[in-house]
Design a protein around this ligand. Sequence first.
Ligand SMILES: Nc1ncnc2c1ncn2[C@@H]1O[C@H](COP(=O)(O)OP(=O)(O)O)[C@@H](O)[C@H]1O
Ligand SMILES: [Mg+2]
Length: 380
Amino acid sequence: MSSIRHVAVMYGGPSAEHEVSCSSALSIIRALDPERFAPIAIGITRERGFVLTPSHVVEELRTPPTGGLAIEDRLPVTGIEVELRGTPDGRLEISELGKPQDVLAEADLVFPALHGPFGEDGVLQGVLETLGVPYAGNGVRASAVGMDKVNMKQAFIAEGIPITPHRWFDAGSWAAAPDDAAKAALVADLTFPLFVKPASMGSSIGISRIESVNELAAAVEEALTHDFRVIVEQGVTGRELECSVLGGFQPEASPVGEVTVHGGWFDYQQKYHGTEDPMIVPAVLSETVAEEVRALSLAAFSAVGCWGLARVDFLYDEEAGTVFVNELNTLPGFTAHSMYPKLWNAVGLDYPSLIGRLIDLADERAALAVRMATPAAPDA
Ligand SMILES: Nc1ncnc2c1ncn2[C@@H]1O[C@H](COP(=O)(O)OP(=O)(O)O)[C@@H](O)[C@H]1O
Ligand SMILES: [Mg+2]
């Protein structure tokens, strides 16, 4: 008597990671178990309009071309503009914009597949909370904390999680520093090379690696074009490790993977236009270091208040034997060949099962929210 659940995959959006999101969405739709789920695709335009992808487009693309998945496979953001409404029983009604009576489709839950600001930072999650519809992945708080590198590091420090020395300041403090000496003083206690980053971004956009104080001003000005807060970190020379975390109250950590990086850091060019696959699964590490990375991943997941999934990224200085958490991603790249699912696949959790598990976790959290919102009956 199991009934098919309608899963609305949301994708696209205004961030620089629009295209990656379109790839993630198609991978997810292809992997939905047809015995349990039916897909609905809701595209989000760069102007933040919601469109309903025609079902024939979804059906056509749903069958992968022979020869397997290619990264170019993506779901286009196309269709008529729609409005979304939550029903009292927690379903999502989708109707043509301006015609709320004409319900075009209904979903039982949403699977957000967006990366970067808007989709990964709690904004979309807030919309879904307002609609009262269950959704996969992290809630508003963890998404917001995880997207902001300043707040994320504050959460790590509070829990004793090792991170690289850093300083942060906002556009106001930068503008108020009267001269080069005052500007340099904002990062005075850090040792070069430094990484200058916008607090909220992703995909290495707006990040510069600088070797001397002469390069500071240009790097800060660049970061300030993306956010009004800037974080400056001491560089770690070493290997980049990644670990996937999955679960709710009792999350689990995957084996550890590695990304191989050229030229000192993993820039946008290598992330999206690299000619070789940078992923090594699992990373070749001592069991002690792998265990430390897994334990720190769980600690980071809990420090940020995650639910569902996160990928935790590390900088490992092999010579010094020190492991630092670099960042936590609340909606990491999610195509079938992204690091997050690959690490689970390595321990036998295949991509369709992983998606099924994330949907179950969405239901689990929605049930919990209902329980917490319902006051307990007074004692008789
Ligand atoms: N403190 C650091 N030391 C060494 N490399 C760093 C440091 N911070 C960032 N990097 C390099 O820059 C890349 C992008 O930085 P990251 O903080 O992960 O930003 P994003 O959110 O854009 O992925 C990392 O993958 C790494 O290669
Ligand atoms: Mg990163």
